[in-house]
Design a protein around this ligand. Structure first.
Ligand SMILES: [Zn+2]
Ligand SMILES: [Zn+2]
Ligand SMILES: [Zn+2]
Length: 923
């Protein structure tokens, strides 16, 4: 268009005009769009439009209300929003209630730190709870506005919050029902215990980190009588008086004070070895490894299976008692000695063995990890600090065989990152096998759909390995477990009647009542201890595991209203939630409702940096969602979310963003082209596809196929596939139709039939394109829709008032084949180096139906090829259409540049007949 002669006719061309800017400036414009959506209540109006339809519910797994949202949150929250928007555009009543997990230790710890309080026992629980709530609400507000900033549609004005009185009441009602069904019990258990936070931990609250521990081999020496008895079992008759020991291995010396047994493997072979002047018993398979240098000189005197040692005894290395030999399946022959030190108070396997053999369950360690009087001579010492002292004492007494440092994967608290211990304490549990709960949960999971499909096996595995669920925590910031302790006999009671009264009270005034009101307030009339008959009680001070709280969000949110039915259609969270929320939700749902709480489980992957490493603030790759949106804009980041295979782990960083930003700019420019060319299309001039010129009608059919494909991808959670379809459609349309339409749009008669047909096709195409795009790029799609003349928008106040069903009409294989044919032919013309497009005349040879189909395109065939002339030739022998390129006849029109027989123009140059008509229509 910089041709000087053309400039003269410029004013007579229909050049594109639109307010839709080329430059997106997303960080600047998006916040205003969020405000506009709120003002216009676009989400509510979209729901009202779909009000008669069947609800479709994505139930939000609650983020924890602590800290800024990161890009992992962004991916997850934006994916959820995409599916909600897809459902809206499919005409479903898709209410999305966002929620927050607000109780629990991280907030309690952060609040204590904020207050400068070291020990939570030193602050009034009600004061601490008030401060924790303040803190949690602060983070909720911040996260909520960040979520809105992402372009998320949700009922932000009425979220669910685990701190709400109604939610706390739901939790306690759930406990009451579980108590009625005898699904809860109080038991002594070796639970994972954080000595730093002084609380029991659930398995989901554990992470494994490398820890260096002392690895020690210790002699458990038999006294004279025990020695005789053991040698008899071996059938070994020696005259010697060499001392005899069972050799055990442990990496937790601090658990030795609680040792009561040595576990052996029934089917393993144990050897009686002479090593120097002593006798040692250990598994033969491990002898070389365990005895080390001494193995070469060791003499195997006799062997027997572990089962033959069941019940034999040896002396504890320092406590004044025996340690009994027992059998256990978990004893492995990979490491150690095959003789496993067993302290039922300090290990899950040990505990099970202790119960099986009725062993004493010793727990000489208090909540803060210090030895009690029972732990003498280590009373008062912290367990990990006591390791060195215990090893030194063993060395001194001659019980230590060997010492090494050992680096291993060890359970740590996920909150404070300190190593945890096993500790036997009285806790409240959900009995996983009572009422066949575990088996029923596994059955329920079979009826759920999973994406990816292996998610089912993963969840089932998590359920099958689910330990008894310890739901009590010894902290302050949470929902109380409404148990009472009998003052007469010290019995703890979790009575459903007490729980129901507490739930009703919490619903009125919140769970603070448990701390602020007297215990009598919660007791039913005539309540007495079933064990001793006493009528005086005190409140227990335990709160509920927050995994139980988030595990009942489905009960708090769904099923109270026909527009939010239970169960939900979809849950979508990170892969860690198979062990976390997916699992806790299905366990509570099956226990309370008998069914899975969701119909479909989708997981998203982790967001790593561009090298595939975890994002890290210290490496400079960790970025808050808020900052990322301020830099790149939400829509570009949403397009990134769509561009990755979200079920896998994904990569994020400036280079990755730059790549999608390029795709974004293409999409934006194409939208701008369409908007610029239909600004003057009056609604009454819109032509239906059937009445359009052939090329235009064809483009509409291709749009239909595109919309159908995107819908199909969306329905199968294929966001990435839909993204690819969008990119492909954009490039196909640009490469054929848009280029072909430029000439008739720019140089055609402004209100002529040719131009109106092309404009109608563009508008049709735009609606399909924006509907497909809106879930992924809501800001841009809305901006485009609002840039349309009001008359074209009609009663559709927002792009979210469009519906897929209105856009997808016809799909015709013959049309699509013809389209492909045109693309091939156009590519051949474009590939010819010279002459330039409009200097070309094409001779096109085709046979049979192909000839008919191409000929039926008429003048639009010439437009599609962007040449000045097409001469069709019947060639019955042609398998497929072929063309030859020649020089167009005539001369170059000064206005449209096509080669034509020209009229005498005016001073602006000679023009063709069509141009002459277009120009004179303007006069
Ligand atoms: Zn901790
Ligand atoms: Zn009692
Ligand atoms: Zn012309």
């Amino acid at each position: 268009m910089n041709d000087a002669s053309r400039a003269d006719y410029r004013a007579t061309l229909n050049l594109p005009a639109t307010d839709f800017p080329m430059k997106a400036e997303l960080p600047k414009r998006e916040p205003a769009r969020v405000a506009w959506w709120n003002e216009q209540q676009i989400y509510r109006r979209a729901l009202e439009r779909n009000a008669g339809a069947k609800p479709w519910i994505l139930h939000d797994g609650p983020p924890y209300a602590n800290g800024e949202l990161h890009m992992g949150h962004f991916l997850n929250m934006v994916l959820k929003d995409m599916f909600v928007k897809i459902a809206l555009l499919e005409g479903r009543a898709a209410r999305f209630v966002p929620g927050w997990d607000m109780h629990g230790l991280p907030i309690e710890l952060e609040t204590l730190k904020h207050l400068g309080v070291k020990d939570f026992h030193q602050i009034d629980p009600l004061e601490l709870r008030a401060k924790c709530k303040e803190r949690a609400l602060y983070w909720l507000e911040r996260q909520s506005s960040t979520r809105e900033r992402m372009g998320v549609f949700a009922e932000f004005d009425r979220p669910y919050r685990t701190v709400d009185p109604s939610f706390e009441a739901t939790i306690v009602e759930a406990l009451a029902t579980l108590a009625e069904r005898e699904q809860l019990y109080r038991g002594l258990r070796a639970t994972l215990w954080c000595i730093h936070d002084e609380t029991a931990l659930a398995e989901a609250e554990i992470e494994y980190e490398t820890k260096v521990s002392p690895s020690i081999y210790v002699r458990f020496r038999a006294d004279a009588a025990q020695r005789t008895e053991i040698l008899a079992r071996f059938g070994y008759v020696g005259e010697e008086n060499a001392p005899l020991s069972v050799l055990i291995w442990t990496t937790t010396p601090w658990t030795l004070p609680a040792n009561v047994a040595i576990a052996l493997r029934a089917d393993a072979t144990y050897g009686l070895y002479r090593v120097d002047d002593e006798l040692l018993i250990l598994a033969e398979a491990l002898a070389e490894q365990a005895l080390g240098d001494a193995f070469a000189g060791a003499q195997l005197l006799a062997s027997l299976p572990g089962s033959a040692l069941d019940g034999a005894r040896a002396r504890h290395p320092f406590a004044q008692r025996d340690s009994v030999m027992v059998l256990a399946d978990y004893v492995d022959l990979e490491s150690g000695t095959g003789a496993v030190h067993t302290a039922p108070g300090h290990g899950a396997d040990d505990f099970a063995t202790g119960v099986k053999y009725d062993l004493p369950i010793l727990n000489p360690v208090d909540a803060s990890g210090h030895f009690t009087a029972e732990g003498a001579p280590y009373t008062g010492m912290q367990v990990f600090a006591a390791n060195d002292r215990i090893v030194a004492d063993l060395r001194e007494s001659g019980a230590l065989w060997r010492f090494e440092s050992y680096s291993h994967s060890y359970p740590h608290c996920w909150r404070c990152h300190q190593p945890v211990i096993f500790r036997a304490t009285a806790q409240w549990f959900i009995a996983m096998d009572q009422n066949r709960l575990r088996a029923r949960a596994v059955e329920a999971a079979q009826g759920v759909a999973f994406e990816p499909e292996w998610g089912r096996a993963r969840l089932v595995q998590m359920l099958e390995n689910h330990p008894e669920w310890c739901i009590s925590r010894q902290r302050t910031w949470g929902t109380p477990i409404p148990a009472v302790v009998c003052k007469g006999c010290n019995e703890s009671l979790l009575d459903p009647r007490v729980a129901r009264i507490a739930a009703a009270r919490f619903r009125e005034v919140g769970a603070d009542a448990w701390w602020s009101e007297p215990v009598e307030r919660f007791l039913p009339e005539g309540f007495h201890c079933p064990r001793c008959g006493s009528t005086t009680f005190e409140k227990e001070r335990n709160i509920v595991d927050i995994w139980f709280e988030s595990g009942v969000t489905h009960l708090a949110v769904l099923g109270h209203d026909a527009t939010l039915p239970w169960p939900s259609d979809l849950v979508l969270e990170g892969g860690d939630q198979y062990r976390g929320w997916f699992r806790s939700s299905i366990v509570t749902a099956v226990a309370l409702e008998g069914h899975a709480p969701y119909r479909c489980v989708v997981k998203n992957g982790w967001v790593n940096d561009e090298q595939g490493r975890p994002m890290s603030k210290s490496r400079g790759t960790g970025i808050d969602a808020r900052d990322a949106m301020a830099t790149f804009g939400a829509d570009v980041l949403r397009l990134w979310s769509a561009s990755v295979e979200f079920v896998d782990d994904v990569r994020f960083g400036p280079n990755v963003v730059e790549q999608v930003a390029r795709v974004y700019r293409n999409i934006r420019n194409r939208i701008r082209f369409i908007l610029g060319n239909i600004a003057d299309l009056p609604p009454e001039a819109i032509v239906e596809p059937a009445a359009m010129l052939p090329l235009d009608r064809l483009a509409c059919r291709v749009t239909d196929a595109f919309v159908a494909e995107v819908r199909e991808r969306y329905a199968a959670f294929g966001i990435h596939d839909a993204y690819l379809a969008i990119v492909a459609f954009e490039s196909e349309m640009s490469g054929l139709a848009f280029d072909a339409w430029k000439d008739p749009l720019y140089s055609g008669q402004r209100d002529g039939a040719r131009r109106r047909s092309a404009q109608s096709a563009l508008f049709y195409l735009l609606r399909g394109f924006l509907t497909a795009l809106a879930p992924l790029l809501p800001f841009t799609a809305e901006e485009a829709w609002q840039s349309l003349p009001e008359a074209l928008r009609g009663d559709r106040e927002s792009v979210f008032a469009l519906r897929f069903a209105d856009e997808h009409r016809v799909s015709n294989a013959a049309d699509l084949a013809l389209w492909e044919q045109l693309r091939t032919l156009r590519a051949q013309v474009a590939a010819s180096n010279s002459p330039r497009d409009f200097e070309i005349a094409v001779d096109l040879y085709a046979g049979g139906e192909q000839f008919e189909a191409l000929a039926a395109l008429g003048e639009t065939l010439r437009e599609a090829l962007i040449v000045s002339e097409v001469r069709m030739h019947r060639d019955p022998a042609a398998q497929s259409a072929r063309l030859t390129i020649g020089q167009a006849s005539g001369a170059k029109c000064s206005r449209c540049w096509k080669f034509r027989d020209l009229r005498d123009g005016d001073a602006r140059g000679a023009i063709c007949e069509d141009c002459e008509r277009a120009v004179s229509a303007l006069a």
